[in-house]
Every structure is written in structure tokens, then in C-alpha cells.
Design a protein around this ligand. Structure first.
Ligand code: ZN
Length: 443
């Protein structure tokens, strides 16, 4: 292999992703997708014709890994839009357009655990084949739901597939669908363990332990991990007991659920960003304010117990739930780090580890083979002006990014931000926001 492909970054600080203190005035040498040397000695190891980049004043760190990103949703403003106004072919083109924004935002790896139609594995393969420019991707197919539904209420059909949902009839169908999804390239099997039902506030557990075990045992037998959407303590406890590998949200976690998570060795991706964006900024984009207090309570209650989980050694992953109008691609991936610091009291370095080193779990890679700046690890690197170990918010400011290296390749950050016009029929029109009564016209 020609040494012309070596790149040497000199003069910057290095945050290696493991939680270790930053090392100042050091160097990182990599060739294609492999880090060859880290530390002052890297300079001596570099080939004579290595490309040398002075990154003084910058921090070199692993690229971000977003463990909860819905790349195929296309930023819908409502479930109606997501479920009924997204033709399959258009959705694929839109996902291919949107995924480049992740790289521009410093995200070099992500997990999309449930896609609409069957787009996820195809997008992953197109990225790997060089057809579409994007980060490393781990992909699921549809989320498995019971007929009680998921987060879209009665829009979820009683059987069959719609949007991100594949509705399971009985235990046999759960086992069969799990096997089929793995056959068609799913890296993860996603289960919606809770769903919103009329006459109940919050989400209810809509799977039994036996059903969860049927899916998880089947997936594990085929070497595939499972991931579960759990917006209650009981659902989190059942998911952990069933052997689910990664739990999303873990809302309202309690001690029983925590004990089960610790005993099972499951990981958690809290995903506060969607809730926090609605609370803090929803008024700017016409969000319903009725949920603000509910969401604030959910974050407060969950963060305190997640801190306990973190202290007990539960791996915490960083996921933004990008993909909705409240979380458009490329804008909010790093906000989750700020929220881990602000709500769970993690240090910036701890939050960075959640968003880098721990992301190996989401990508199904061995720990320390990706998401770290270490010899032998993948060359997914971010070079940012400033010191994220003091303030993680700098990671949310693309103007501070000097380089993003994806698989060792320098991503073109100089290009304009990808903009587009609306597609025909993409947005759901509304006749009115409220009934036009006579009183309104003539008070
Ligand atoms: Zn999600």
C-alpha cells in the first residue's frame, strides 16, 4: 500500500473517547481506515510523503456516533405525514439526500433501528458501496409492534405493515418476522414495548415477557441483537429480563427496572433531545404545548435514575432521534451530549465517551475498535476548534469543524449546506387549526 495515503495531524489536543484526560500538543497518524499511531511518536512513524495537517488550537477526537437516528423518516411534522405521505421510492431518495448531512455535522456512525418500508439495509449497503455519501450505518427494518400499537395510536393498523410498523399477530409471527428481518439484512431487531392508548396518560406496556423472549431468543440465536422502545419502568424491566441488548428512553426508570438492566448487562440510550427540543423550542415551529410539562417531568424523573444506572456501570449511548421536524438531520446530533451533562450530571468527557466509544455497541463493533482514537481503531475523526472537554456545546457548532474524516477520507466541509424544495404532496395540508364557529367571526 502506498504511503502517500498517510495523514498526520499535528499540534492539536487529543480526546481519545475513553474518558481519559485530553493530551495537548500531540499527533495522530492514520492511513485509509486505520489509526497507525497516537502521541508525539506518531511524527517519527509517519512516512516521508505523509500529508501533514497542522491542527494547532483544535481538538482531535473520534467522530460522533448517533445511536438513535431515523434516517428514512424525512423530517415529518406529524405521524399522519410519516405514515401516509411518504411513497417508498421518494423516501429512499430523500434518505440518500439527508444522510450526507450527518457527516457534515461530525457524525461518522449511526444506528437507524427502524425504517419505513425496507429502506434501512439498502441505504447501509449503498453507503458501503460508495453509491451514497454517508457515515457508517447499522440498520434495522420495521419495528415490531403488537396490535395495541406504538407511538402513533390508531394510525397503526391491526395487522401487517405501515410506516415503520410491522404489527405482530401471535408469537409464531414474532419468531417468523424476526428471522425474515435478519435474512433481509437487519443488524438489529427493534421492538416497541410501549404504546400510547386512549384513556391512559403516558405509554402502556403492550408486550408480554414471553413474547419479548420469543423475539430476543430468536434474534440472538441468529447472532443479532435486539433494541426496545420503552417509555415506562415496567417495560424497561421486562425488556431487560427478556435479554434485550439496548433500551431506548428507559423513561421513569425505577429501582426494579434498574436492577434488571444491571443484571442483564443491557445498555441504554436515553434520547432526551426530541423532548427537550419540543420543550425549549417547540413554540418556534408551532408544536402543541400540551405536552411540555409531561415531557419535562419525564426528563427530570428519568435523568436522576439514569445517573444511578451510569454509576452502576450501565453503558449509556448517545442518540438524538434525528429525523422529525423537531429534530431535522444535521442540526441536533450533539445536543444529546449537552443534555447528558445538564440532566445527568456527566462530565463533558463522560458524555463524549457515550457519544463515541460506547457507540461501538450500536454499530455492533468490538469496543475500542471504533469511536476511540487509538492504534488499530477505525479512522473516523473529528477536528474541532476549541475544547469539548470543557464545553460539549462546541460539537453542535459546525462552523468550528475543521475536518471530518470518515473511514480515513477527508469529508468536504466547504460545500454549501444541502438545501432542497418541498416535493409535491409531501406536506399534509390542514383546513384549519380550529373550528370556524360563528362566535369567532362575530364575537
Ligand atoms: Zn426513535
Amino acid at each position: 500500500m502506498s504511503s502517500a495515503e498517510q495523514v498526520l495531524l499535528t499540534g492539536g489536543s487529543v480526546i481519545d473517547g475513553t474518558g481519559a484526560r485530553p493530551r495537548s500538543d500531540t499527533a495522530v497518524l492514520f492511513e485509509q481506515d486505520r489509526i497507525l499511531a497516537v502521541g508525539p511518536g506518531a511524527i517519527a512513524e509517519a512516512a516521508a510523503d505523509a500529508r501533514i495537517i497542522d491542527v494547532s488550537g483544535c481538538t482531535v477526537m473520534p467522530g460522533l456516533i448517533d445511536s438513535h437516528c431515523h434516517i428514512t423518516f424525512g423530517e415529518p411534522a406529524s405521524n399522519d405525514e410519516l405514515f401516509f405521505h411518504r411513497p417508498q421510492s421518494t423516501s429512499m431518495l430523500l434518505a440518500a439526500f439527508n444522510v450526507q448531512k450527518l457527516l457534515l455535522a461530525g457524525v461518522t456512525g449511526f444506528l437507524d433501528a427502524d425504517c419505513i418500508f425496507d429502506l434501512g439495509p439498502a441505504l447501509r449497503e449503498a453507503i458501503e458501496a460508495g453509491i451514497v455519501e454517508g457515515p457508517r450505518m447499522a440498520a434495522g427494518l420495521n419495528a415490531l409492534l403488537t396490535a395495541a400499537g406504538g407511538t402513533a395510536g390508531r394510525l397503526i393498523p391491526d395487522t401487517g405493515q405501515l410506516g415503520y410498523a410491522h404489527v405482530m399477530g401471535d408469537r409464531d409471527e414474532m419468531i417468523r418476522t424476526t428471522r425474515q428481518q435478519i435474512k433481509f439484512g437487519a443488524d438489529w431487531i427493534k421492538i416497541h414495548v410501549t404504546g400510547s392508548l386512549p384513556n391512559s396518560s403516558g405509554e402502556l406496556t403492550v408486550w408480554s415477557l414471553d413474547e419479548l423472549r420469543a423475539v430476543t431468543d430468536t434474534a440472538h440465536a441468529l447472532g443479532t441483537p435486539t433494541i426496545a422502545h420503552c417509555r415506562s419502568a415496567e417495560s424497561t424491566r421486562l425488556a431487560a429480563l427478556a435479554g434485550v441488548d439496548l433500551i431506548l428512553h428507559a423513561s421513569f426508570l425505577d429501582e426494579h427496572a434498574l436492577d434488571a438492566v444491571v443484571a442483564a448487562g443491557a445498555a441504554i440510550a436515553p434520547t432526551f433531545t426530541f423532548l427537550a427540543n419540543l420543550i425549549d423550542h417547540g413554540h418556534l415551529v408551532g408544536s402543541a404545548t400540551s405536552q411540555v410539562d409531561l415531557f419535562r417531568g419525564e426528563i427530570d424523573a428519568t435523568a436522576a435514575m439514569l445517573r444511578t444506572a451510569f454509576d452502576a456501570g450501565v453503558p449509556i449511548l448517545c442518540g438524538s432521534e434525528s429525523g422529525f421536524a423537531l429534530t431535522p438531520y444535521g442540526h441536533w446530533h450533539a445536543r444529546e451530549l449537552e443534555l447528558l451533562v445538564d440532566t445527568m450530571g456527566l462530565t463533558p468527557l463522560e458524555a463524549i465517551s457515550c457519544a463515541t466509544r460506547n457507540g461501538a455497541i450500536a454499530l455492533r463493533r468490538p469496543l475500542d475498535s471504533i469511536g476511540v482514537v487509538a492504534v488499530g481503531a477505525a479512522a473516523d475523526l473529528l477536528v474541532v476548534e476549541g475544547d469539548p472537554s470543557i464545553d460539549v456545546a462546541v460539537l453542535g457548532d459546525r462552523r468550528r469543524f475543521r475536518h471530518v474524516f470518515s473511514r480515513g477520507r477527508d469529508v468536504d466541509l466547504a460545500r454549501p449546506w444541502p438545501e432542497r424544495r418541498p416535493l409535491p404532496g409531501e406536506k399534509v395540508g390542514q383546513w384549519a387549526m380550529r373550528p370556524l364557529t360563528r362566535d369567532l367571526v362575530d364575537p
